[in-house]
Design a protein around this ligand. Structure first.
Ligand SMILES: *Cc1c(COP(=O)(O)O)cnc(C)c1O
Length: 403
């Protein structure tokens, strides 16, 4: 499972760091010296960025930044308290109404981050006496939320819904059964089978909670997410999302029936015991939603360019002259704007990323523990700001450097 914490802490932190270096697993911070966008300044160089979650180019969009400036003028900067004390301001309430309408639910609740939204949602609905059943490749925030919930945790292999059905079949003695899954998986770019999950949650009287962090703003005719694209809005008990990916800002949210939201407001520690988002962050999210609603061409361009990238990258992988049958790079089952180039070995992923960076292409390697051992990869994420020529450059460079 992909939570970031080590299983054993070393006696000496220095020894621990050296061990990470030896395994090709040591990470470091990189400093960006420009606003976010398809092109960035990194360590004084201009690079084309294929590693952000700024899928719709909204992190630095003038409509969004203007909304932030106006909100700071009107509301100031800080919220000064948690929501239940005096931090609940006009923009929080407005945004929550807007998100509920966007996600077609009765109510919504904004949290400080998507990470905290998962903590609040999962720990709010599942506790002692309950079972939470999750996909093995769910985001680390879901794993962390489950581990601290008091509920029994069961894990099914990635998208193996027959196994999920067997786990549900043996879960009759629990008070509540909760199924949790990413809708668009963050490191693989593949999709959960939501109609199948809805059928299972009905058959076994379970609650279904989906994390639409990467799908919100991107998938569905109106950008409402995979639930919209799959035609199952209204069948999902709890939708978690973030304001920080396609919407380009900061904050997370939970959309659900009014009684569930009301319950979370009263009981979810990750919502209650932390300061409210700055009101300007809420204004930014509303401005981003304006653009999602008004400019469908952004997500259409993004998905068309992603489809081409997947097609041509799969071609490069299958004709790779260095590959052997047991070691062939692949894009897995990606069906979205997130396209992994899975090379297996962590050191190889780092080598490839370094070679691309020399060509001015920023694509970060993703290694264990974020992904399972033996599946290290480059995680390519596209933005509607990338031009066809940017994608051509990336494909040509990968073709040149792949071993
Ligand atoms: C990024 C992410 C989150 C956390 O969202 P933040 O707003 O960045 O805290 C939650 N779930 C998934 C699937 C994510 O990819």
């Amino acid at each position: 499972m992909n939570s970031g914490e080590p299983e054993h802490h070393p006696d000496s932190f220095l020894d621990g760091l050296e061990a990470l270096s030896r395994q090709g697993l040591r990470r470091r911070l990189r400093r960006i010296n420009s606003a976010q966008g398809g092109r960035l300044s990194l360590d004084g160089r201009d690079v084309c960025c294929f590693s952000s979650n700024n899928y719709l180019g909204l992190a630095n969009h003038p409509h969004v930044t203007a909304a932030v400036r106006d909100a700071v003028e009107r509301w100031g900067w800080g919220a000064a308290a948690s929501r239940l004390i005096t931090g609940h301001m006009g923009p929080h309430e407005q945004l929550e109404r807007r998100l509920a309408a966007f996600k077609r639910t009765e109510a919504a609740l904004v949290c400080s981050t998507g990470y905290q939204a998962n903590l609040a949602a999962i720990r709010g609905i599942a506790g002692a006496g309950d079972v939470v059943i999750i996909d093995k490749l769910n985001h680390a925030s879901i794993v962390d939320a489950c581990r601290g919930s008091g509920a029994v945790l069961r894990v099914f292999p990635h998208r193996d819904y027959d196994k999920l059905a067997r786990l549900l079949d043996r879960s009759g003695s629990f008070r509540r059964r909760v199924i949790v899954t990413d809708s668009l998986f963050s490191m693989d770019g593949d999709l959960a089978d939501l109609p199948r999950l809805v059928e299972l949650k009905r058959r076994y009287d379970a609650l279904l909670c989906i994390d639409e962090a990467h799908a919100t703003g991107v998938l569905g005719e109106n950008g409402r997410g995979l639930a919209e694209a799959a035609g199952v809005e209204g069948e999902i008990d709890v939708v978690v999302g973030t304001l920080s990916k396609a919407l380009g800002g900061i904050g997370g949210f939970i959309a659900a029936r009014a009684e569930i939201i009301e319950w979370l407001i009263n009981t979810a520690g990750a919502f209650i015991y932390t300061t409210a988002l700055p009101p300007a962050a809420c204004a930014a999210a509303m401005a981003a939603l304006d653009i999602v609603e008004r400019e469908p061409q952004r997500r259409r361009d993004l998905l068309a360019s992603a489809a081409r990238l997947r097609r041509e990258l799969a071609e490069i992988c299958s004709s790779n002259r260095h590959a052997t049958s047991d070691r062939r790079p692949s894009i897995g089952d990606s069906a979205s704007q997130i396209v992994p180039l899975i090379v297996g070995d962590a050191a190889e992923a780092v080598r490839l990323a370094d070679a691309l960076l020399d060509d001015g292409l920023l694509v970060l390697p993703i290694r264990p523990p974020t992904v399972p051992r033996g599946t290290a990869r480059l995680r390519i994420s596209l933005s509607c700001e990338h031009t066809p020529a940017d994608v051509d450059r990336l494909l040509a460079a990968i073709d040149r450097h792949l071993r």
